[in-house]
Design a protein around this ligand. Structure first.
Ligand code: G4P
Length: 292
């Protein structure tokens, strides 16, 4: 993460969010569609104080389309509204105002009954770093502004952006912390590049990513790295075989694991491997997944 989270940051952010959230009708939670479990903040339920929530499965262009559908169904089943977007290209973003209107129809009806037709709905974007919050807000607002200050606790004048169709968006997102105490979540954030890999052993990271990809997308992995997955193998063994196939060798004829690790991580992150989702709803078992 770009951000160093300290308890003080979290307390300040929490307090700020609690204030901001009072002013909005709904929260827009942006998550990374490749890692819908790890890119969520564990305390969001409490922080949003029961406001209706639209979950934006952003980076949908980088995630597996079947998994996008599965996750959409999963979150809808838990009472949230869902929108799939690629904030970078803008795909899906145009549907945002309509999605909000649909999910807020009861409130709009209530306004109308009280003679307040035209009263705008207010929304606030929240999410952990790197999920695409700034890109999303800029696309929705139709502007090319600089990235929002990606530091917790940085206060600046907040403004409402009128995004049309009777909807206003807070121009700065609420930046939340991921669930870092869970090592597996940390690894998944690192696979996608949300956490810089210098802080984790790169070969270990790439080995476990290779194992995960081989489990979920065996055909793609076999084809791209010329591997034979018919025999059980550990992630590092697969990494080694892939390195050999690519001719990445060090003196003594051993595979250059470090080089292959870099290549695998780069190829996954840049999408060269294709659209892949690293987490599935089944992993949450019977839990409702909220705050997981
Ligand atoms: P944040 O505010 O939540 O921290 O995220 P931000 O919008 O800064 O986005 C982080 C990076 O992710 C940006 O790339 C952005 O372009 C990219 N991104 C955001 N949404 C999407 C999406 O839906 N699909 C894809 N493919 N990428 C997305 P960057 O590396 O910082 O810059 P650049 O690559 O745009 O030059």
């Amino acid at each position: 993460m770009d951000i160093q989270w300290f308890p003080g940051h979290m307390t300040k952010t929490r307090r700020q969010m609690a204030e901001d959230i009072r002013q909005v009708d709904l929260a827009v939670e942006i998550i990374d569609a490749r890692i819908p479990i790890s890119s969520r903040n564990p305390d969001l339920d409490e922080l949003t104080a029961g406001k209706p929530r639209l979950i934006v499965l952003n980076r949908a262009d980088q995630a597996d389309p079947d998994m996008n559908r599965a996750w959409g169904a999963y979150f809808r089943g838990r009472g949230h509204s869902v929108l799939e977007t690629d904030a970078k290209s803008g795909a899906g973003v145009k549907q945002f105002p309509a999605a909000v209107k649909t999910m807020m129809r009861e409130k709009l009806k209530y306004y109308a009954q009280r003679g307040q037709t035209g009263r705008p709905l207010r929304a606030m974007v929240v999410g952990i770093p790197n999920v695409g919050k700034s890109t999303f807000i800029n696309k929705v607002a139709g502007r090319k502004s600089a990235k929002a200050e990606n530091r917790p606790g940085v206060t600046r004048c907040k403004q409402w952006v009128n995004v049309g169709s009777g909807l206003e968006l807070l121009d700065t997102p609420g930046i939340l912390w991921p669930k870092f105490e869970d090592q597996r979540i940390g690894m998944h954030l690192a696979y996608t590049g949300a956490i810089r890999d210098e802080i984790i052993d790169r070969e270990e990271l790439a080995s476990s990513l290779m194992a995960l990809l081989a489990e979920h997308y065996p055909e793609t992995v076999e084809a791209r790295y010329k591997l034979d997955l018919s025999q059980p193998a550990e992630g590092w063994q697969l990494l080694e075989q892939a390195g050999r196939k690519r001719g990445f060798l060090i003196s003594g004829g051993e595979a250059d694991l470090e080089r292959m690790a870099r290549v695998l991580l780069e190829e996954y992150r840049s999408g060269k491997l294709g659209r892949m989702t690293l987490e599935r709803p089944e992993e949450l078992g019977g839990q409702d997944g909220e705050g997981a």
